[in-house]
Design a binder for this molecule. Sequence first.
Ligand SMILES: [Zn+2]
Length: 352
Amino acid sequence: MTEFTEIHPTLDNYWRAVILFGRNVASYKFALGKSLLEVAAKGTSVVSLSELAVPFSRHLCEHLKGCDKQVTSKSSRFLDECRKFNRGELTETGLVEATAKLGFVNVIDAFHIVDRSEIAVRFFADERAGVGAIRLTDDLFRMAQSYQRRNLPAEIEARWRLVETAWELSLPTSALVVDYDEVTGGLVAQSRLERRKAVAPCRDALNGYQKGKCFYCFADVSVEVGADDLGDVDHVFPHTLRFRIPGSPLAGRINGIWNLVLACQSCNRGAAGKFDSLPALRYVERLHARNEFLIHSHHPLRETLILQTGDDEPARRAFLNEAYRCARTEGGLVGDNWRPVIEHERAFGPDS
Ligand SMILES: [Zn+2]
């Protein structure tokens, strides 16, 4: 079992383990989670697949409208039925029938499995073989009436949007997915999957703002793999801070998209390159402006950036200031003030 539930094995923490942990290959777990909370609120314990299909398909149809990528596999017969419904080519009755038949094939079996093992509680019993239904457990009813119940649908929704965004942008989850942190009560970047090499596919997502220019010196960079001037994905706050200040909130989020930019090869690793040093403060300001731009332009990464750095502009500014302070003091980068040798004409960011 994960450390997460060992610390405080309350019902809602088991529930969060189901929703927040594990690798997702489809968003069905999120749809089922939302549906379970809704049917539990009605109070009946035996729920037929047709009854469950109503909220389940509604949630998936709604998400498909915003993001067509809901599974990692190439195709899904069930999702095709949902798309038909969204296009007005299938009635609601037809959708419910299709969902009862196709929608629950794996998700009911997989729901209670986290990191390849079953969690210690069950929120429903699978009675499909007997009565063609699931039976909600007392634990689910108890949780659905608990103080935490109000937060649970929003948590599922936030996680769902992060995961579908990662799929849509072909980003590694470590750049994007955040987890609930038991100790602080906040959401932090998932650290188990953090690997430096995993950031390469971020290029396309980052380049939209940078318009093909290096974040630091505004030299042209390419995002085409194989190009001579292929941009490097750079951590503004260097990746090595993870090892220098392992316990800090900054370390847990170092691979977050908030900290990643595209840099030309000479800025990143040239003769006078940045490597693992901390850049001058003006580049932290430039990073803040980039993140604010993405948030205010309703970029798909908006939710991720908010979750990783703060709910409003002052909070996000304070986060970066604190990160800068922490990198210089506890991180030991006090003397670092890296800047490129030359800077070309400004292509984005504040005039500083
Ligand atoms: Zn550069």
